[in-house]
Structures are given as structure tokens and as C-alpha cells.
Design a binder for this molecule. Structure first.
Ligand SMILES: Nc1nc2[nH]c(O)nc2c(=O)[nH]1
Length: 480
């Protein structure tokens, strides 16, 4: 494949391997061929005579962002419905009373994925972990999108529900959990065999409280045997914290550790309610050291929890404890740059100091932190030999100016609006802010229609009182 040379970029966010951190290079070039970066720095000597030259004038070139926790087929339909919901009787968690009432049907699945994938690309994401319930068009749409994707089908041994809004009950079916894992493995095999070479599997027993210890351990062992990643939701709500302490006398993090499922290949989705979080009032203070010592990563997704007044305390504290943090969008919008902004602001709010976290540390988590969680030293960085997953940011966009510190301008002001071009594996998948591989406008209309269909089903799904969508989640204003 011929070389592409991005010539004379105003800024390049390059990886300094010696210092193990990103650095700014000014007026630099980035060249790539065969899906890998071949040159970073000044001088066009890297270019072969037939190289395709792309002007870097007025551009910042940065590594593609790595989103390690998302539910692409479930979340777009929730927009306008779950923004302000949370059970007063379940410590404001949305998971048990509200989330099960708004679900897309099979027809909605491809549209939800299409819309979410386009949003990700537009916000500079090049790698995503998609933890969804398996659906027919998953692989095809992921391939079409051009994203590098971790196909992570969720499975579990129990379904949770609440009949009164203050007790979470579990409907156990262990065989269904085992069968779910088998189906997940078959889909992972199919994804990994795909000729595009950008699909990898991840094993995801859905939640710590809905999976038997046997399923958690068996899935972890199988992930290790195959050399793939493993992730579960844990320490994500107070009802879950209380359920696990009631069942086992251990916190969620301690219990996972006791099962032997925490190691550098494991990702804990959320990891908020740890033993020394001010809301848990638990008697130990070991959870952060367990996470750090085992090498497990935390997928930090602040937006969805901020909506309900919940927060990880705090990003800087976890980082200083030596825990590897990656960032996930989890919910809508699938805007990784806005998620990064929330990471920074929330950490400072929780620690009550502007020094809780630097923008450089947030960017690290959104790139190499995520890549480390996935065991990938070839992602999240601009370095020779790394995959050519690159984002060109338009520094002439008025929201990027002043551009003294362009990553700050991007994270705190411009966000996706300044994302101009995205390459994945050296292939251009977004240009002038537009995704051409996916009809996301049509998909948006289809998700809208699907939400109307789902709204009609809300009373039958609300086990507490058969309430309508309007009763569960009133509109911002009365319609007159
Ligand atoms: N935050 C969470 N989002 C979810 N989506 C989904 O399908 N399951 C979950 C979950 O456990 N937590």
C-alpha cells in the first residue's frame, strides 16, 4: 500500500516511549503505510516518491480515542427518557426500575448501532468496546463503519427486576447464562475470523450481581485461554454493593478478587462504590489497592452516573493509587470528547481542587489507558509501528482558538465540532466531519420511530405500577 504523509501539521500529539507520555510536536509530519505509522517528526524523507500528501496546515494530529465501555445497541433509544430518572427507593440508580422499561426491538438494533457508531467516529473514537446483547447485524455494521471494535456480547445467569421500587429481585436461570456464554463465544469466533482484521472479542458476564460465581470464573478462564479481554459491571450502584456484601460479606471488588478474576486482562465497569467511597460506609479500605495490585483496569464513564448524582471519587485518587483507568461513553451521546470533559470536571469537583487531574492525564486515559486495558501497545499513540488510527483536528475552527494548548481547546470547548478527518488502520473513515460509510441520518429517524414503539410498551414493562412513559419520565414542559 502506498504511503500517506500528513505534512507539516501545526501540532502532533506524539508518544514519547522513554517518558511513557504524550508530547506536543510542532510543525511535524506523520506518515503511514499498510495500516501502521512509519514516521513521526520533522522532515519528509519518510515519503516515497508516490506518497499521497495530505496537508497538515492548520491541523492537530492526535491518536484515535479508545472507548472501553459502551452499549451501542441499547443506548441511543434512551435519549430524552432516562436523562433524569433514578429510583428514590434504590439510591437513585436507574438500572432496576427504569432501564428495563425502554428497550429497542429487533428492528431498532441496526439503526441504534449505526447512529452510535457514527457519533463515535465524529468524536474521534477509533476503537470501541461494544457490550451489547447479541444481534443479527452487529458484525456487518461494525465492518461497514470502519471502526476497530471489540465485539463483547453480554450474558448473565439472572435477570434483575423490581416490583416495588425499593427491592431488587433476581430471576435465576444458570443454564441460560452458560448458553449465553456459548453464543457469545461463537459470535466472537465469527468476528475474529472476519477478513477486515479489526474485530476482536471480549467476554462479558454482564453484571457481578446477575452472574453465578461459576459463570464469572469460567468466563474469565476462557478469556485467559483465548488471550482475549474480560469485563463486567461491578461497584456500579449501592443496591449492588449491598447485595454483594449481603451475599458474601465482601465488597464487589473484594469478591471479584476472591474469585481470582481480577488481573491485567480484566476491566471493572465503573468501580465507583468501593469500600472507602463516602456513600458505602464499609469498614475496610482495601479496594483501591486490590485494583492496583491485580493490575485490573477501571472503565470510567462519568456522564451516565452524573445524571443521577453519583460519582467516582475521584479519578486522581485512583490514578495515584496506581490503577489503570480507561474511559467509556456507556450512554448517549456517544461523544468521547465530551466524556473526557466530564472526567476532568467531575474529578475536580469530587476532590474539590483543580489539581485533581490534568488534561494530559485525562487524554492519557482516553488513549493509552484504554489501550493498556485492552492489552494493546499498538493503539492510542502516535509512534512508529503503532496502528495508523489518527484524528486530524481543525485548529482553524473558531472554537479551537485560542490554540495555545490545543488538547485543552478540544476537550473544554470545541469537542467533536473540530474533528475533521479520522483514519483507522490508515483508511480514511471520516472527512470534513462527515461519516460517509453509514446513513446515520436515516438511522436517527428510525431510532426515533423505535422510541415511539417502545414508549407504547412502557406500561407493560413497568412492574412497579404499570406507569406510562410520561408518568415514568415526564417531558421537560407540558404539551399544550
Ligand atoms: N451502566 C450500565 N449500563 C448498562 N446497560 C446495560 O445493558 N447493562 C448495564 C449495566 O449493568 N450498567
Amino acid at each position: 500500500m502506498k504511503t500517506t504523509l500528513i505534512k507539516n501539521a501545526e501540532f502532533v500529539v506524539a508518544w514519547d516511549d522513554t517518558r511513557q507520555q504524550h508530547v506536543y510536536m510542532k510543525n511535524a509530519d506523520v506518515a503511514f503505510a499498510d495500516g501502521r505509522i512509519t514516521h513521526v517528526g520533522a522532515g519528509a524523507q519518510a515519503a516515497t516518491p508516490d506518497a499521497q500528501i495530505v496537508s497538515g496546515s492548520g491541523m492537530m494530529v492526535m491518536p484515535g480515542l479508545v472507548d472501553i465501555h459502551s452499549h451501542l445497541v441499547h443506548e441511543p433509544i434512551n435519549k430524552g427518557y432516562t436523562d433524569e430518572t433514578g429510583s428514590p427507593g434504590l439510591y437513585n440508580s436507574n438500572l432496576y426500575e427504569y432501564m428495563p422499561t425502554m428497550e429497542g426491538d429487533d428492528e431498532a438494533a441496526p439503526a441504534q448501532l449505526t447512529l452510535a457508531a457514527a457519533e463515535l467516529l465524529m468524536s474521534g473514537v477509533t476503537t470501541v468496546v461494544d457490550m451489547s446483547v447479541a444481534h443479527e447485524h452487529w458484525i456487518d455494521i461494525m465492518v461497514q463503519s470502519g471502526l476497530r471494535a471489540y465485539i463483547a456480547p453480554m450474558f448473565r445467569s439472572a435477570r434483575w427486576y423490581t416490583r416495588n421500587g425499593h427491592v431488587v429481585e433476581y430471576d435465576w436461570n444458570e443454564k441460560a447464562g452458560e448458553a449465553g456464554m456459548e453464543r457469545a463465544l461463537a459470535l466472537i469466533d465469527k468476528a475474529e475470523a472476519h477478513e477486515c482484521g479489526r474485530l476482536t472479542g471480549m467476554l462479558v458476564p454482564a453484571q457481578i450481581d446477575t452472574c453465578t460465581p461459576e459463570l464469572l470464573k469460567a468466563s474469565h478462564q476462557e478469556a485467559k485461554r483465548r488471550g482475549i479481554g474480560w469485563q463486567t459491571h461491578a461497584a456500579q450502584s449501592l443496591p449492588e454493593f449491598h447485595e454483594i456484601t449481603r451475599r458474601h460479606g465482601l465488597t464487589p471488588v473484594q469478591w471479584l478478587h476472591s474469585l481470582g478474576v481480577l488481573d491485567p486482562g480484566s476491566i471493572v465497569g465503573h468501580g465507583i462504590f468501593v469500600d472507602d467511597h463516602p456513600n458505602t460506609h464499609w469498614g475496610t479500605a482495601t479496594d483501591l489497592s486490590i485494583l492496583s495490585e491485580t493490575g485490573a483496569s477501571v472503565a470510567h464513564c462519568p456522564t451516565v452516573f452524573m445524571r443521577r448524582g453519583m460519582a467516582l471519587r475521584d479519578f486522581g485518587r485512583y490514578r495515584r493509587a496506581g490503577i489503570n483507568l480507561g474511559i467509556g461513553t456507556d450512554t448517549y451521546p456517544h461523544n468521547m470528547i465530551e466524556e473526557m470533559r466530564h472526567v476532568g470536571y467531575l474529578a475536580r469537583l469530587m476532590a474539590q481542587t483543580p489539581r485533581a487531574v490534568t488534561t494530559g492525564e485525562v487524554f492519557h486515559a482516553a488513549t493509552v489507558g484504554g489501550a493498556k486495558a485492552l492489552g494493546r501497545e499498538d493503539l492510542g499513540r502516535i509512534a512508529v509501528g503503532a496502528r495508523a488510527d489518527l484524528v486530524m483536528v481543525d485548529m482553524t475552527h473558531h472554537l479551537m482558538r485560542p490554540s495555545r494548548d490545543p488538547v485543552r481547546s478540544l476537550v473544554y470547548a470545541a469537542a467533536d465540532r473540530a474533528v475533521h478527518t479520522v483514519y483507522i488502520d490508515g483508511r480514511r473513515v471520516l472527512h470534513e466531519g462527515q461519516v460517509h460509510s453509514l446513513d446515520y441520518r436515516k438511522a436517527a429517524e428510525q431510532v426515533d420511530e423505535a422510541q415511539r414503539r417502545a414508549e407504547a410498551l412502557v406500561p407493560s414493562r413497568d412492574l412497579v405500577a404499570g406507569r406510562s412513559a410520561q408518568q415514568m419520565s415526564p417531558l421537560s414542559f407540558d404539551v399544550v
